[in-house]
Design a protein around this ligand. Structure first.
Ligand code: ATP
Ligand code: MG
Length: 327
């Protein structure tokens, strides 16, 4: 079986973009592959975060993975910092990463924003750590959202360069697995930006744990335009985004959806979308509450996951060190 690896940062509330771009796809293909899914907490400290909140977020994310349907029979679930090899490999690979390659990464610039001088260096090194997460497990496929394409390209380049330098297949070269529908859900308040956990405006995203009333309000406030025509059109990012979410959740064709709303107003679209979002999240939230009631079980699952993947990571790290001449 081919191996998949992916992860989400416990940096805030998990939203519909994370679900449609990542988790839902992991669940759908879990029986086809040998899966490793991570809670990437070392990535979550690249921007300031309260310790209590980080600890909570890690547990919540574990419960969300399970509530969304990831099954420990098919997937190993673990917390990144429980497997020390990630941090160690990251230092090593960082020494083989040209600064120019990191300078080209757009996410670093977007996240550092105005604070280029004061932001921690971790945000700059982030793509190297992400490359190690993937490469340590000899991953074939990386199911992610569209925003991670550039980091994945870098991962491939770094792996190829390292293998070439030492004339050995130390790393498997991974491929991105980016689905057509749902790979880039946009912010509800600024549909030219992607939906993100770390956007300071809570109305910009629908969280998986939002109650129906909150969902209704957020969708009601979502940015649209004054054209009043309900069509998939990238030139009209607000409406396009609402329709894309509807498309991803209903799994109907664009023609059908446009026909459904022929001659109808934005109010109708927003009401239907609200219904569909609420109906999708309701069973997830119910299962989430069940998992959160048993912290000991969550801990046991994460511990077993880390114990299962550690030897894989260690074997790759050893090979890295061997070819370099370390140890
Ligand atoms: P942060 O603001 O902390 O970076 P994020 O929302 O970007 O949070 P990540 O933890 O960085 O979430 O990404 C987790 C996964 O979710 C990745 O596979 C990423 O590609 C996917 N993802 C994130 N945002 C979206 C989105 N708006 N649409 C589709 N997929 C997304
Ligand atoms: Mg992100």
């Amino acid at each position: 079986k081919k191996r998949t690896f992916s992860g989400i940062q416990p940096s805030g509330d998990i939203h519909l973009g994370n679900y449609l771009g990542a988790i839902r796809n992991w669940v759908r293909t879990q029986t086809e592959y040998d899966n490793i899914y991570c809670i990437v907490d070392l990535h979550a400290i690249t921007l300031p975060i309260d310790p209590q909140e980080l600890r909570q977020n890690i547990r919540r994310l574990a419960a969300i993975y399970l509530a969304c349907g990831l099954d420990t029979r098919y997937c190993k679930l673990f917390v990144q910092s429980h497997v020390r090899q990630h941090a160690e490999a990251s230092w090593i690979l960082g020494c083989f990463t040209p600064m120019g390659w990191l300078n080209r990464m757009t996410q670093f610039k977007a996240k550092a924003g105005e604070n280029q001088e004061t932001v921690g260096a971790g945000i700059y090194m982030y793509p190297v750590l992400m490359a190690c997460d993937i490469l340590l497990y000899q991953t074939h496929l990386v199911p992610v959202g569209e925003d991670q394409r550039q980091h994945l390209e870098l991962t491939r380049d770094l792996a190829q360069r390292f293998n070439h330098l030492y004339k050995q297949e130390v790393f498997t070269i991974p491929e991105p697995l980016i689905r057509e529908v749902g790979a880039r859900i946009m912010s509800l308040t600024d549909p030219t930006q992607k939906m993100s956990k770390t956007n300071p405006n809570p109305n910009s995203r629908i969280n998986l744990l939002d109650d129906p009333k909150t969902i209704k309000q957020k969708i009601a406030r979502a940015t649209t335009d004054s054209l009043r025509l309900i069509r998939f059109d990238p030139e009209r990012p607000g409406i396009n985004n609402l329709l894309t979410i509807y498309e991803a959740l209903t799994e109907r064709s664009r023609e059908e959806i446009e026909a459904e709303f022929e001659g109808k107003g934005y109010g109708e679209l927003k009401a239907r979308l609200t219904e569909v979002v609420v109906a999708t999240l309701e069973p997830i939230q119910r299962r989430y509450q069940e998992y959160m009631r048993d912290p000991a079980e969550l801990e046991a699952i994460l511990r077993a996951g880390a114990d299962a993947v550690r030897p894989i990571a260690e074997a790759t790290l050893q090979r890295m060190k061997d070819v370099i001449g370390l140890g």
